[in-house]
Design a protein around this ligand. Structure first.
Ligand SMILES: Cc1ncc(COP(=O)(O)O)c(C=O)c1O
Length: 372
């Protein structure tokens, strides 16, 4: 029986096992479980990977977003512009800060926040725009940066899904006033538990975020200068990430090759039967996910599952339509692209170790389904 997973973490572990086991054993032997040399090394390694001025390791990608909003004291009475399609963290962090998320629909090609719709969403209360590089495709950072500058707004790049992607010659995460990463296990760079990071373009921001993530202590122990919290990366996660970082660029290259193979195999079905992911000119896609769209999504999902091909929906519901925002009375017709994505998107298997045979098998199932 064919069994192709959406992402194969076991296959990846098999390629890294001796190095990962050794790195983990070292942490266990030293019992330095929080902070320490592995975390410092991770910050240096990831900064080098992405050409980032400063990396601040933290507990997860949600915390990373919260830490940036807290560093800029965004809260009660403020508004933050977010895309209407993303993982819930992107808007959740705004609401938990006491601020109001203002949802803007996404672009029908890139699935990232549509810059043309942002100006109409700006008010005197707007403090920040959070741009998500959804599925790994860079948001239109050129246009969004310009809008943020014109209106003196902070720009956060939520890079949780876009490790290794580029906007023009810019590594994603280097255009915003701050950027955030998640290293959730299934991400392109995944830890073996929760982990995240903030990218800080200035040492001042880096120092502040680092202090906020460590109980508001910028320096001396037991001297709490800010209202902080505990959001630290643990050494085991850092040790695993340090083994993986040297492989990351190669994995993203492999994922781009897999995407090309899917696209070559399936081009006759697009348009008409399905829409394949497209990449805007000058962008380098991170392909965290390979998301197709079809009106027959639910039927196709069932068919693929029966054929041993794992698949899932990222994400079925546009953010403003979740129950947690019910009181705000958002209307589906105001977010047509995001709502359509929720009804038609389907994620196919995508991971570096995917074989050509697996891609061809998945593609053949799609052809068979649409031929019927
Ligand atoms: C776009 C986006 N933002 C933020 C997050 C939050 O990351 P974490 O799960 O590490 O808190 C995720 C994780 O899935 C994400 O996809």
């Amino acid at each position: 029986m064919v069994d192709i997973p959406l992402i194969d973490l076991k296959a990846q572990y098999a390629t890294l096992r001796p190095a990962v086991d050794e790195a983990v054993a070292e942490v266990l032997a030293t019992t330095g479980f929080i902070g320490g040399p592995q975390v410092k090394e991770f910050e240096e390694n990831f900064a080098e990977f992405g050409n980032y001025p400063e990396v601040v390791a933290c507990g997860n990608g949600t915390d990373a977003l919260e830490l940036l909003l807290d560093a800029w004291e965004i809260g009660e009475g403020d508004e933050v512009i977010v895309p209407a399609m993303s993982w819930i963290s992107t808007s959740e962090v705004v609401a938990t800060r006491g601020a109001k998320p203002i949802f803007v629909d996404v672009d029908p090609k890139t699935y990232c926040i549509d810059p043309a719709l942002i100006p109409a969403a700006i008010t005197s209360r707007t403090k920040c725009i959070i741009a998500v590089h959804l599925y790994g495709h860079p948001a239109d950072l050129g246009a969004i940066r310009k809008i943020a500058d014109e209106h003196s707004l902070y720009l956060i790049e939520d890079c949780a899904q876009a490790h290794g992607a580029f906007f023009g010659e810019h590594n994603i995460g280097t255009v915003g006033d701050g950027a955030t990463f998640s290293f959730f296990p299934s991400k392109s760079l995944g830890a073996y538990g929760d982990a995240g990071a903030v990218i800080a373009p200035s040492p001042e921001l880096g120092t502040r975020v680092r202090a906020l993530a460590n109980h508001g202590m910028p320096g001396r122990r037991h001297h709490h200068v800010y209202h902080g919290r505990n959001s630290r990366m643990d050494a085991l996660q850092a040790a695993v990430l340090n083994v993986k970082i040297p492989h990351l660029a190669g994995w993203i290259t492999a994922k781009n090759q897999h995407a090309k193979r899917y696209q070559d195999n399936l081009e006759d079905l697009d348009p008409g039967y399905l829409s394949l992911p497209s990449t805007a000119p000058d962008c380098y896609h991170g392909f965290h996910l390979f998301v197709i769209r079809t009106e027959r999504r639910d039927e196709l999902a069932e068919f693929l599952t029966a054929k041993g091909v794992a698949n899932t929906v990222h994400y079925p519901t546009a953010l403003p339509l979740h129950a947690c925002y019910a009181e705000d009375g958002y209307r589906a017709e105001d977010y047509p692209v995001s709502v359509n994505l929720g009804n038609t998107a389907l994620s196919l298997p995508m991971f570096a170790e995917l074989t050509d045979e697996q891609i061809d098998y998945v593609s053949d199932q799609l052809k068979e389904f649409f031929a019927a």
